[in-house]
Ligand binder design. Sequence first.
Ligand SMILES: C=CC1=C(C)c2cc3[nH]c(cc4nc(cc5[nH]c(cc1n2)c(C)c5CCC(=O)O)C(CCC(=O)O)=C4C)c(C)c3C=C
Ligand SMILES: [Fe+2]
Ligand SMILES: [Fe+2]
Length: 344
Amino acid sequence: MSKNKAKIGVLLVNLGTPDSTATGDVRKYLREFLMDGRVIDFPFIPRWALVNLIIAPFRAPKSAHEYRKLFTERGSPLMYHTVDLTEKLIKVLDPEKYHVEFAMRYQTPSIEQGLEKLNKANVKKIIVLPLFPQYASATNGSVVDKVMEIARTWQIIPNITFINNFVDHPLFVEAWAELGKEMMEKEEYDTYLFSYHGLPERQIRKGSVDGYCQLSDKCCGNYTKKNQFCYRGQCFHTTRLIAAKLGLPEDKVVTCFQSRLGKDPWIKPYTEDLIKELSSKGVKKVLVFSPAFVADCLETTVEVGEEYKEQFEELGGEKWDLVPSLNSRDTWVACVKDLVEENS
Ligand SMILES: C=CC1=C(C)c2cc3[nH]c(cc4nc(cc5[nH]c(cc1n2)c(C)c5CCC(=O)O)C(CCC(=O)O)=C4C)c(C)c3C=C
Ligand SMILES: [Fe+2]
Ligand SMILES: [Fe+2]
């Protein structure tokens, strides 16, 4: 390819993380994140009041304490794993064809900074890959919203392709199966628990085609064109694909949802309820997957790896092992490469 030919721009977008574990930085992060109307989908005034009068003042110190357990000498895992993934992707993609940048939906580096770099490089097209395997308005939808808010101010808007979700990409499934297999070679487990980030039920209903999703096993238990964008349906589908790849017995596999915030109903079953149920049935050894995340972060390492583990052990559980996330694992890098190339 000629050196003068315009390249394709690739923007990987992850959620974002506080700049440091200082309470002020955590508060700044929470404010930006939770004031997004796709995350807390209330009208502006009630959202502003909830975030600024309740969540930011009271939650920020508690969250900062949690982030102090998570950060390493390289900083936030969510950030450095995204950096590593980007660097590895640059190495495997054709350098004459692609210009790769990464950004965070909240805080830094911003989507605006990432897009400006691609714009300055005169790319002919931009592929945006939100690093969330299952589509949700609060994550992938919000990335699309932000990219368009910025691009609409440009005089020339190149072609922009958004990758909506990648739950059934074979290399995504393969990467999780490899990780699971590595854990299963060292230990035997009674139960395989798949814990996904939760969402308010109303956000699923708002996106439900013809009222199809009743938040039951009947609708979310199948993956069809009616619920192809239903977050809960996609999570159950992810579990089925990974479990099938690993040959796990169906009656040993459970799916649940973590991180509920506030009093409104979130999608069920809640992870903490399932832990109680499993313990009461005498389950002792659990292998936990968290495939709504592609990098280790607060939600995996601290919430699943420490807090839920503690709950399980207090109820008599013996083993609660968390499968590490995809991070910058080779099969995952190959998956991202393929997603980029097939959308070029
Ligand atoms: C209404 C609140 C929230 C919705 C909806 C929500 C959806 C959602 N989030 C992720 C991924 C991540 N969330 C993370 C942290 C986090 N999430 C919320 C709230 C909602 N998320 C809060 C308040 C926090 C901050 C932490 C805390 O104070 O407990 C993270 C971790 C970031 C890190 O720095 O490590 C991720 C990743 C998804 C995939 C999702 C919808 C499907
Ligand atoms: Fe979240
Ligand atoms: Fe459903």
